[in-house]
Design a binder for this molecule. Structure first.
Ligand code: 0PR
Length: 362
């Protein structure tokens, strides 16, 4: 299916946002002025949030998921670290003095924010030559104060999926008496992974919490992140009392929240899961493979796309010329071109991009 590319997404190849599904846009407008942070007052949007969480649970192999629609992946990741820190403090035989979180160096920078605001140590460890968490390096970093092991399911730079069951097994074997929790960041990859063979979700491993964002590949409106937990106790560990509201506690990080984001997420999920997401994944994955082949044919080094994201080494002068021509592209930390094949990125757009690559290469 070819859709016209809306103007704000014309030539945008670097973003993880995309054109929302029309049903999400419509629902968002209808709930613009509501606040799911006050569910006893705004009951219909609160009900939509429950439906969105149920749908996200189904998609991630956890039909009885607990969670909420956050402002984005950053909030969901911060909340995962916060809930874990609180649970370790309250449940471990001896509360850890300086809790640490072990994550591959491919984790999103939101974990730096989490560590900073929560007073935990973030230990990032190297990735292997396939850009996935190196299990030996993870093992070597674990100690008796490791409260959380993080795996990324769809990394920001390369779209790679860490070995989640193996990471969960390592967390299980952590030295010390306290339980080490496992978080999966599927903020971007979560809406593609159900259609792959990857072991990434709650059904595949002993995962405690997950980030999965409707406002990325879920085709919802911004802001709509997803925070999911296996146990009710995890949400309880986040809850604070709200004495003057009719609802008595609040687990979210933000207070007043966007009803538009919540309603948009529920509408997108109800419209697209599973067939619409599958079709989109297949189309975007085919586009990513096409682009990878075209770039390889021009003798650029290409990182094999595992999810719809292509990284390739191109000369700086070519990168700059493409940017000057209006292409919105970005680079990995080591300088490779990064193209994220989001739903608004069509084969036609990529053909024009490759034509520009050719014209600026000569
Ligand atoms: N986890 C992963 C794996 C991510 O890729 C991102 C965002 C986050 C968490 C944080 O999500 P929020 O930005 O929703 O809080 N990754 C993109 C990035 O930082 C976000 C992005 C989106 C960037 C749209 C540009 C853009 O136009 O690159």
């Amino acid at each position: 299916m070819q859709r016209a590319v809306p103007q704000e997404f014309d030539r945008v190849l670097s973003s993880m946002c995309t054109e929302p599904h029309p049903a999400a846009r419509e629902a968002a407008v209808r709930f613009l002025a509501t606040n799911p942070g006050d569910p006893a007052t705004y009951q219909s949007v609160a009900e939509l949030e429950n439906r969105a969480v149920d749908a996200l649970g189904e998609l991630t192999g956890l039909p009885e998921a607990h969670g909420y629609v956050a402002s984005g992946g950053t909030e969901a990741n911060i909340q995962a670290v916060r809930a874990t820190r609180n649970r370790a403090r309250d449940e471990w035989p001896d509360a850890p003095e300086t809790p640490n979180v072990v994550a591959p160096e491919s984790v999103h920078f939101s974990f730096q924010k989490a560590a900073d605001v929560l007073g935990v140590e973030l230990r990032t460890v190297p990735v292997d030559e396939e850009y996935r968490a190196d299990l030996d390096a993870v093992r070597a970093s674990l100690d008796a104060e490791t409260i959380l092991v993080v795996g990324v399911a769809g990394s920001t730079e390369y779209g790679r999926v860490d070995p989640i069951p193996e990471l969960a097994a390592l967390a299980d074997d952590t030295p010390g008496d306290g339980r080490t929790f496992v978080h999966v960041d599927a903020a971007w990859g979560g809406f593609a992974l159900p259609f792959t063979d990857h072991a990434w979700n709650f059904a595949h491993a002993d995962v405690d919490t997950m980030t999965i964002d409707p406002h990325k590949m879920g085709q919802a409106v911004v802001p709509a992140g997803g925070f999911l937990a296996r146990e009710r106790a995890t949400l309880d560990a986040l809850a604070v009392d709200t004495p003057y509201l009719e609802s008595t506690s609040q687990a979210t990080l933000t207070g007043t929240r966007s009803g538009a984001g919540v309603a948009g997420a529920a509408a997108a999920l109800e419209t697209l899961w599973p067939d619409g997401y599958r079709e989109q994944f297949e189309e975007s994955m085919a586009d990513a493979e096409w682009l990878a082949d075209e770039l390889r044919a021009r003798e650029f080094d290409v990182v094999d796309p595992e999810l719809p994201l292509v990284a390739a080494s191109i000369p700086d002068s070519l990168f700059d010329a493409l940017r000057d021509a209006g292409w919105r592209i970005s680079r990995t930390a080591t300088g490779e071109l990064r193209v994220v094949c989001m739903p608004h990125v069509t084969r036609e757009m990529l053909r024009q991009f490759v034509a520009d690559v050719d014209s600026f290469s000569n």
